[in-house]
Ligand binder design. Structure first.
Ligand code: CAA
Length: 241
């Protein structure tokens, strides 16, 4: 029987590419999304991948959503914590709401999701968790004190859990995408993107969602069983860590 994989934020952008790549690799995929019903329904119609709506910043909503998925598809063996938002602002203009929304989704969302599948993975002595962090969690980014803090937190979370999961055959890894051509990146003011960001990427272009998705497929495979607690950078040479 093929493994069940859950991808948060799995109907758009990098998450949609991950959902599709996992499906192509033989997983039974459930794609979570928070708000955009139209995009989710279009994604479902196009791919046949079931979509489940809830907000990862709510522990209770994660609990209910994951219970629905387990009832329909079976125990969750693979979790991809991809859902993320931006509320970019220079720090002197950042509101407490912009801070909390990003921390609640991009950092606490990982706790809310992972905490609920952890006991089952431990019982079955198998699990694969991949957390989608960001280059901006590694290097910091002006205009993103909230996002950089959350994404750096995701890396600490990954390394701590990797140690706890190792004896139970649960691997926990992070991927740090650089600037990928998604709606999130294309929302950056054009002048900033073209004059400040793309010139800093040695390969001279944005990455593609598929280039991140292929990293996920590798990290969740049986071939990657000895890799845990690692951070895989996919950033076009923008930062070496
Ligand atoms: N890199 C370099 N310089 C940047 C920058 C960046 N990412 N973002 C802003 N700046 C510069 C601007 O060019 C500008 O410089 P000048 O005054 O010399 O022209 C200065 O900072 C102030 O910027 P704005 O005039 O745009 O100020 P604002 O208050 O109107 O807006 C902002 C600030 C909301 C942060 C806006 O600049 C912005 O959205 N910047 C992009 C921030 C960013 O990089 N976000 C990443 C989003 S993608 C993502 O998060 C995915 C991922 O994981 C990589």
């Amino acid at each position: 029987m093929s493994r069940v994989a859950v991808v948060t934020g799995g109907t758009r952008g990098i998450g949609a590419a991950i959902s599709l790549a996992l499906k192509s690799a033989g997983y039974r995929v459930a794609a979570n999304y928070a708000g955009n019903d139209e995009a989710a329904q279009a994604f479902h119609a196009e791919t046949g991948i079931p979509v489940f709506k809830w907000d990862v910043s709510s522990y209770e909503a994660c609990s209910e959503g994951l219970a629905r998925i387990e009832a329909e598809l079976g125990p969750i063996e693979v979790l991809i914590n991809n859902a993320g938002i931006t509320r970019d602002a220079m720090f002197h203009k950042m509101t407490p709401q912009q801070w909390h929304e990003v921390i609640n989704t991009n950092l606490t969302g990982l706790f809310n999701m992972t905490h609920q599948v952890w006991a089952g993975m431990r019982e079955r002595s198998f699990g694969r968790i991949v957390n989608i962090s960001s280059i901006n969690g590694q290097k910091g980014q002006m205009g993103q004190a909230n996002y950089s803090a959350a994404k750096a937190g995701d890396l600490g979370f990954t390394k701590a859990l990797a140690q706890e999961g190792a004896a139970k055959n649960i691997t926990v890894n992070a991927i740090c995408p650089g600037y990928i051509g998604t709606e999130m990146v294309l929302a950056i003011p054009e002048k900033v993107l073209n004059e400040r960001i793309i010139p800093q990427i040695p390969v001279g272009r944005l990455g593609t969602p598929d280039e991140v998705a292929r990293c996920v497929v590798f990290l969740v495979s049986d071939d990657a069983g000895f890799i845990t607690g690692s951070t895989l950078s996919a950033n076009g040479g923008q930062l070496f860590v």
